[in-house]
Design a protein around this ligand. Structure first.
Ligand code: NDP
Length: 253
C-alpha cells in the first residue's frame, strides 16, 4: 500500500543529472510538484520541460547550495511558488577519491562544503516547512538523505568521502529522533556504485590506479535509486524507512 504524492511538493538537490534527475522524474510521475535545485540551469530547464510534457509540475532553481544564502533561498522560493514543502531529498554530492596522503586539501574542502554543509543549510531552511506540512492534513513529511555504501563501509581511498557520508548518517539519525514525534520522517539511502557523472570528477591518476578494480564493476542505474526514494516517500505515514543499503547484484560491492 502506498500514499499519493498528488498535491505534495518535493525539493531535490543535485537534480541536474544522475540520481537527482531520475528522482525528480520519479516523484513528478507520482504527482508531486518538484523543485529542481543545482548549478547547471540549462539542464534543469530541460528536465522541467520533460516533466511538463509528461503532465507534471516542476520548477528550476539555480543554486550553489554550498552557500547558505543560496541554499536558504532555494527552499524559500520552492515554498513561495508551491505553497509548502513535504519532501526534501538531500542528494547533491561530490566524490573525490584517492589516498589521503597525496590528496589535494581543496578536494576535501569541496566534499565537506557540499556533502555536509550544503546538506545542513538546506535541511535547516526546510525544517520549519516540513514540520508545518507534517502537522497538516497529510500528517507526514520526509527528509531523504543520500549517503553511500562508502558511508557504511569506508575503504582505503575513500577516507574523506566516507567521513562526509557517515556524517550524513549521524546527523540524520539524531534529527530523526528530534522530529519523529512531530511526524517528519528522516531516511538514509545508501547506494552502491551507480552509473552517473560522479566518477568523472576523480583525478586521472586515481582513476588509472584503480582501473582494474573498477573496470568490471556491475553498476546500478540512477532509476534504481530513484525508485527507492519514491518508495520511501510513498509509505503510509506510520512507516519510516530509516535506512536502506542498495547493492548491485553479482559483484563484491
Ligand atoms: P552526479 O555527479 O551525476 O550528480 C551530482 C549532482 O549534484 C549534480 O546534479 C550536480 O549539479 C549537483 N551539485 C554539485 N555541486 C553542487 C552545488 N554546489 N550545489 C548544488 N548542486 C550541486 O552524481 P550522482 O547522481 O551519482 O550523485 C548523487 C548523490 O548520490 C551524491 O550525494 C553521491 O555521493 C551519492 N552516491 C552516488 C553513488 C554513485 O555511484 N553514483 C553511490 C553512492 C552514493 P550541478 O553540477 O549542475 O550543480
Amino acid at each position: 500500500m502506498s500514499i499519493s504524492l498528488t498535491d505534495t511538493t518535493a525539493l531535490v538537490t543535485g537534480a541536474s543529472g544522475g540520481i537527482g534527475a531520475a528522482t525528480a522524474l520519479s516523484l513528478a510521475a507520482q504527482g508531486a510538484n518538484v523543485a529542481l535545485v543545482a548549478r547547471r540551469k540549462d539542464r534543469l530547464d530541460e528536465l522541467v520541460e520533460t516533466i511538463r510534457a509528461d503532465g507534471g509540475t516542476a520548477l528550476a532553481i539555480e543554486a550553489d547550495i554550498t552557500g547558505r544564502p543560496q541554499a536558504t533561498a532555494a527552499v524559500e522560493q520552492t515554498v513561495q511558488v508551491f505553497g509548502g514543502l513535504d519532501i526534501l531529498v538531500n542528494n547533491a554530492g561530490v566524490m573525490l577519491l584517492g589516498p589521503a596522503e597525496s590528496a589535494p586539501i581543496e578536494e576535501w574542502d569541496r566534499m565537506i562544503a557540499l556533502n555536509l554543509q550544503g546538506l545542513l543549510y538546506t535541511t535547516h531552511a526546510a525544517l520549519p516547512h516540513l514540520l508545518a506540512a507534517a502537522a497538516g492534513a497529510r500528517g507526514t513529511a520526509d527528509i531523504i538523505n543520500i549517503s553511500s555504501l562508502a558511508g557504511r563501509f569506508p575503504v582505503a581511498g575513500s577516507a574523506v568521502y566516507s567521513l562526509t557520508k557517515q556524517g550524513v548518517g549521524a546527523f540524520g539519525e539524531a534529527l530523526r529522533q528530534e522530529v519523529a514525534g512531530r511526524h517528519v520522517r528522516v531516511s538514509l539511502v545508501e547506494p552502491g556504485p551507480v552509473a552517473t557523472e560522479l566518477f568523472t570528477h576523480i583525478r586521472p591518476e586515481v582513476l588509472e590506479a584503480n582501473k582494474d578494480e573498477w573496470a568490471d564493476a556491475t553498476l546500478l542505474h540512477a532509476e534504481d535509486i530513484a525508485d527507492t526514494i519514491a518508495f520511501v516517500a510513498t509509505r503510509p505515514a506510520r512507516v519510516v524507512m530509516s535506512e536502506l543499503l542498495i547493492r548491485p547484484d553479482g559483484g563484491r560491492w
